[in-house]
Design a protein around this ligand. Structure first.
Ligand SMILES: Nc1nc2c(ncn2[C@@H]2O[C@H](COP(=O)(O)OP(=O)(O)OP(=O)(O)O)[C@@H](O)[C@H]2O)c(=O)[nH]1
Ligand SMILES: [Mg+2]
Length: 457
């Protein structure tokens, strides 16, 4: 599978730059062992280095000792990249790692491109493309659910799902080919009667696996915007949910100007909360800019928490905000339940069919009433995206296109179009699925996938 047999030897920092306990430098390629033996001087009684054994020693370049070091050599193919790999654990801190890397580059190693170690693992057949992407998903996971989903994908979950679909599709293609090749022996109507429903079922299965919203929530978290008129208690609720004093709270309406963000982990899902400026007509130009930001945040969120002020009672601003968020995913919070409720609420709520009872929650940022229930509702709004067969947007785009091609093939069969036409669509679907696992790949595809990795991974 490898397209470039004369690989260079690459080196990079595998741990994040900056100060830390340890820094790990990774070297991969045909010269990894030679470079390691040039720089690394084993210490201890035996003064030798054995494969796959952690060895203590010093790194010495041009007569200068760079650091103490623990080194390990993993010979091909028993390594992450399936090439010879050396890993050096040195003291954390930018200087040491920088000097060791400079020595490696001076000796002829090339700086690794983003994701190049994992790309080599893919090109050498250790991982399929969906597994390589899972590595990245795992290191950037926003919560435990995302990490679990990535691990399942790394262990071949996506690969198996796609391979099952491919196997079934190849079986159906054999049926189509037979019907094309032996029109005398095979009754076309009967063949179509069997193949078309099977194609549609497969198309549906692929489509059902494409939950783009879920994929984004898994990767980036659920985006939630707090909105409401000034002084309703948005910032107080943000602080109560975050369990810290993130946003300024005062009894002066119009306190929050900029959007203020914080995130919480709810049962393995990252929930990103955004407090916004209270929405009202204002002469103050700074406040007006804040309101504009609030409108943007409210518009782009997955879920809106509209905060109503139990004490103040409903006002024209509430009506305007209700109209603004109509038809979206919203929860309505009747805040300040620790205070006596305004007399107008029961009738007002009854009038408002746009506030369904099951989306209305009574809470108090002060006493904490209703906040557990609010957390449950937030968690429920995220769904269970980690349980899907597909978890990456790139895979879903391909699976969805494949599903469309299969639906076209089924439709063509039912319209009695020539079977050759169906075969074209089925072939296209097969090729699209192959791009998920990397059976079918172009350099452009690999560049796109791996450019999103970090250096050293
Ligand atoms: N009694 C009581 N007071 C609250 C509660 N929530 C907020 N407040 C008070 O209401 C006032 C306004 O609270 P904020 O959290 O600043 O309101 P806001 O919606 O962020 O207001 P702006 O930023 O001006 O839009 C403050 O005096 C809070 O202490 C609550 O649940 N109970
Ligand atoms: Mg505020």
């Amino acid at each position: 599978m490898s397209h470039n047999l004369e690989h260079t030897t690459i080196a990079a920092l595998a741990t994040p730059p900056g100060t830390g306990g340890l820094a790990v430098i990774r070297v991969s390629g045909p010269r990894a062992e030679e470079l390691l033996r040039t720089l690394f001087v084993p210490a201890g009684q035996k003064k030798e280095m054995r494969e796959r054994r952690f060895t203590y020693g010093h790194l010495v370049h041009q007569g200068q000792t760079l650091d103490e070091c623990m080194a390990v050599l993993m010979k091909a193919p028993r390594s992450y990249t399936r090439e010879d790999v050396a890993e050096l654990q040195v003291h954390g801190g930018e200087q040491v790692a920088h000097q060791v890397l400079a020595a490696l580059y001076a000796l002829g190693a090339a700086p690794a491109a983003p994701g190049e170690f994992t790309r080599r693992a893919f090109e050498n057949g250790r991982l399929d493309l969906s597994q390589a992407e899972a590595v990245m998903q795992l290191v950037s996971a926003s919560g435990a659910q995302a990490a679990r989903a990535a691990l399942r994908q790394l262990q071949g979950g996506t690969l198996r799902f796609v391979q099952d679909a491919q196997t079934e599709l190849i079986g159906l293609m054999a049926g189509v080919t037979a019907a094309i090749d032996y029109p005398e022996e095979i009754d076309q109507q009967e063949a179509v009667g069997q193949l078309a429903p099977a194609l549609l079922a497969l198309s549906e299965r692929l489509r059902a696996a494409c939950d783009l919203r879920g994929a984004r929530i898994l990767q980036e978290g659920l985006q939630v915007a707090l909105c409401g008129k000034p002084n309703a208690g948005k910032s107080s609720l943000l602080n109560a949910l975050l369990l810290e004093n993130r946003a300024i709270v005062t009894d002066i309406p119009g306190t929050t100007r900029d959007t203020v963000e914080g995130s919480i982990d709810l049962d393995g899902i990252r929930v990103r909360l955004r407090d916004t400026a209270g929405i009202r007509e204002s002469q103050d130009s700074v406040e007006r800019l804040g309101v504009q930001r609030a409108l943007d945040a409210i518009n782009s969120a997955d879920l809106r928490l509209m905060v109503l002020d139990m004490e103040q009672g409903p006002e024209a601003e509430d009506e305007a905000i209700l109209r603004l968020i109509a038809g979206r995913d919203n929860l309505y919070l009747l805040n300040k339940s620790d205070l006596a409720p305004h007399a107008a609420y029961p009738a007002w709520l009854k009038e408002h069919e746009d506030i369904p009872e099951n989306q209305l929650l009574t809470v108090s940022a002060r006493s904490g009433e209703g906040l557990d229930e609010l957390r449950r509702r937030l968690r429920a709004a995220a769904g269970q995206p980690g349980l899907n067969s597909l978890t990456l947007e790139r895979h879903m785009r391909l699976a969805d296109q494949a599903a469309q091609a299969l639906a076209r093939a089924a439709q063509a069969m039912e319209d009695d179009l020539p079977l050759d036409l169906c075969a074209v669509d089925m072939n296209e679907a097969l090729a699209l699925l192959g791009q998920v696992t990397g059976d079918n790949y172009s350099e452009a595809l690999l560049d796109e996938v791996f450019s999103r990795f970090c250096v050293g991974k």
